[in-house]
Design a protein around this ligand. Sequence first.
Ligand SMILES: *[C@@H]1O[C@H](CO)[C@@H](O)[C@H](O)[C@H]1NC(C)=O
Ligand SMILES: *[C@@H]1O[C@H](CO)[C@@H](O)[C@H](O)[C@H]1NC(C)=O
Length: 253
Amino acid sequence: MFGLYYNFLFLTSAAVITALSPQQISSYSEHCKRSSPKFNKCMKNALQLFVNDLNKDVIDGETFDPWVMPELPLIYDAGASDKMSVTLLGVSLHGLSNLVIKNVRSNLKDKTKLRMEIDLFNNLMYFNGNYSAELTSNTEVPVAAEGTFNITLVDLKGTLILKGRTVKRNNVDYLQIDRASIKPELGNLYIDVVGENDPYPELTALVMSLVNQYWRLVYFEALPIIEEGLDEIIRSYVDQALSNIPFDIIVPA
Ligand SMILES: *[C@@H]1O[C@H](CO)[C@@H](O)[C@H](O)[C@H]1NC(C)=O
Ligand SMILES: *[C@@H]1O[C@H](CO)[C@@H](O)[C@H](O)[C@H]1NC(C)=O
């Protein structure tokens, strides 16, 4: 049953940062000199200040906490005829600004092999929004359901490992992230779903109670997909935020 999650296709829409300007972003880290023996400590503080500001109003009421995401379609193709599609609408993630930067380790000496490890912890985050789901098969009438959901993540921790290098444009070095990997560990997870005109409320309740009991199995199975999804999302954000700021301005020599 849990194998299903392997086949989910995450169609993440292109992430857009309209909110933060290059000057704002580099202002957090510009005092951290790569050559300083205290670089990692400086970076830890800079990242923490950046995170703490994620709940501030940036532009036009846009914030990263809560962070409202575009429509998120998840499609499960069970084979020739059966298909389940779930669309999450108006999803918002709450709690990014609670993130604690526990530690930073880095090696930025070789510009062809940059590496930074960031230990993260968050005691409480949650996603909520609306969902609509449809199950179609050749043999039966399509089944549709919709409602609201709330997924609470408790005691999330992990190490974000950023690997990259610098690339030259007009003789200036810019940062390029090649891989952003994190395997988040979860202390606990609760899912709350309220269906509207749910054709099978008992089934929904049963599935939810199973998920809340056995989410560790599901999560473990889904982890490779979550990892890939996060890599793509984090890289695209970092890219858009930093690709026009010279490397020596983000972290001066
Ligand atoms: C979610 O559903 C509620 C009630 O059905 C509705 O009022 C709200 O606008 C919906 N939100 C989004 C983002 O679709
Ligand atoms: C969702 O869960 C969070 C954390 O458990 C809670 O604070 C929040 O009120 C819940 N929201 C809804 C709409 O149920």
